[in-house]
Design a protein around this ligand. Structure first.
Ligand code: CMC
Length: 434
């Protein structure tokens, strides 16, 4: 529970002055507790895009946007990337502590136990066009899981919540790989539970029944790193969507499907795909100034994809890690000169020296480099955001569980500033003069 600050905020409105408490978390900005504002004054707050609104109390992830810090349960992302792996990070996000050896083994077993999907799920894929975007397919099939696991699911039962969590985390790579296989007309590949989470995903995407497939350890490490970096990011658009959907006590599989839908947008997780499209469109270093000019033009909707972040106003620590890893992965894969990476580096350099980007504190974000690594790993561009969704499922599930057990939890129900017509009388059609 947060501490109540000794400081109060006094708000005068008309002839009334009310006192509002300030609450302290363990780190980051304190918050003004406005829960009694409407009852005391009849006023609502107005904050489109939630730029000044803390929507919940959370102990999972902390971001310091000015310092460029990202912590999962208190551990800096850099340390987790160097010393941990995705399955351990998933445990940490869900349970709050790093696992012991036996806890880790048990958790890994629990998750892998659920990797298979019901055979009937395969039939859903056949309903999609082969050229359907895999994110569209994911929204559909993850939502469809709610039809398979609904009757038994009482979200107020901790045990059932636990099984639903395992199922979601375990089945996402299987469903993601099936979306890819379907798009290229290859048979689905069943999971192999002796493999790591990352290796299993790669194998299900790239193996074919007619040949042996050995997972390349460089790719496995790179995939694991991408999963760790994307696992959670506090109350972003997709996580808030999952929480809002879940606040009505909806089925968690359906809630995660709503998170996938929110993630798909190019302003959020869809940016990794958009970065690659943008780099391909720019094509040569000589054309960079033209695109920078377009990004600065208020009459042009074009934005530099992979630049800017609502919270990070210094740098995105995930982008720094990705940038370093990008070179390592390309080296290890024997890719000496990647023209797209050269182009990205040049674009980054030019943008970071430009007053427009400096003044607005626009730095490369995680998506700026992740697309280049994923492409080097031969992951098709349309699957980039799907990989992000696989990783973020852990965060969505951890946040959903935290919300369900939060004593302050209520159905999410924002209000509005109504600017429409005042009440008026109905006009029969023959009397409408327009
Ligand atoms: N290119 C050009 N101008 C930009 C960009 C950009 N990428 N991003 C922000 N701006 C400008 C914007 O026009 C505005 O200028 P002004 O003050 O003159 O009106 C100013 O910077 C502030 O922008 P904003 O839209 O108010 O900022 P926001 O916090 O609402 O948006 C953002 C954050 C990430 C949606 C936005 O920076 C953006 O659209 N970036 C490109 C898409 C992208 O890379 N998204 C991935 C985010 S990180 C991965 C994830 O967590 O999903």
């Amino acid at each position: 529970m947060p501490d109540e600050h000794t400081m109060k905020v006094h708000l005068s409105y008309g002839d009334k002055t009310i006192e509002l408490p300030v609450l302290n978390g363990t780190d980051g900005p304190s918050v003004l507790d406005i829960r009694s504002l409407y009852a005391q004054t009849g006023l609502l707050t107005f904050d489109p895009g939630f730029t000044s609104t803390a929507s919940c109390e959370s102990s999972i992830t902390f971001i310091d946007g000015d310092e460029g810090r990202l912590l999962y349960r208190g551990y800096p992302i850099q340390e987790l990337v160097q010393q941990s792996d995705f399955i351990e990070v998933a445990y940490l996000l869900l349970y709050g502590e790093l696992p012991t050896l036996s806890e880790r083994a048990r958790f890994s077993e629990d998750v892998t136990y659920h990797t298979l999907v019901h055979e009937q799920i395969s039939a859903f894929y056949n309903g999609f066009r082969r050229d359907a975007h895999p994110m569209a397919v994911m929204v559909g099939v993850v939502g469809a899981l709610s039809a398979f696991y609904h009757d038994s699911l009482d979200i107020h039962d901790a045990n059932l919540r636990e099984i639903a969590s395992f199922r979601l985390i375990a089945k996402m790579p299987t469903l993601a790989a099936m979306a890819y296989k379907y798009s290229i007309g290859q048979p689905f590949v069943y999971p192999k539970n002796e493999l790591s989470y990352a290796a299993n995903l790669l194998r299900m995407m790239f193996a074919v029944p007619s040949e042996n497939y050995i997972v390349n350890p460089v790719l496995e490490r790179a995939m694991d790193l991408i999963l760790v970096l994307h696992a959670d990011h506090e109350q972003n658009a997709s996580t808030s969507t999952v929480r809002l959907a879940g606040s009505s006590a909806a089925n968690p599989f359906a809630c995660v499907a709503s998170g996938i839908a929110a993630l798909w947008g190019p302003a959020h997780g869809g940016a990794n795909e958009a970065v690659l499209a943008m780099l391909s469109e720019i094509a040569t270093k000589e054309r960079i100034p033209e695109f920078i000019k377009r990004a600065k033009d208020k009459n042009d909707p074009f934005r530099l994809m992979g630049f800017g972040h609502r919270i990070y106003k210094n740098f995105d620590p995930r982008a720094t890690i990705m940038r370093q890893t990008c070179h390592e992965v390309l080296n290890e894969l024997g890719i000496k000169n990647d023209p797209l990476l050269d182009l990205a580096m040049e674009l980054e350099k030019i943008a970071l020296e430009d007053d427009y980007f400096i003044e607005r504190k626009l730095y490369p974000n995680v998506d700026f480099y992740s697309g280049i690594i994923l492409r080097a790993m031969q992951i098709p561009v349309s699957m980039f955001t799907v990989i992000f969704a696989v990783a973020r499922t852990v965060g969505w599930v951890a946040q959903w569980r935290e919300m369900i057990t939060d004593p302050l939890q209520k159905i999410g129900r924002p209000r509005q500033l109504y600017c429409g017509k005042k009440e008026r009388r109905f006009i029969p059609v023959e009397k409408r003069g327009r």
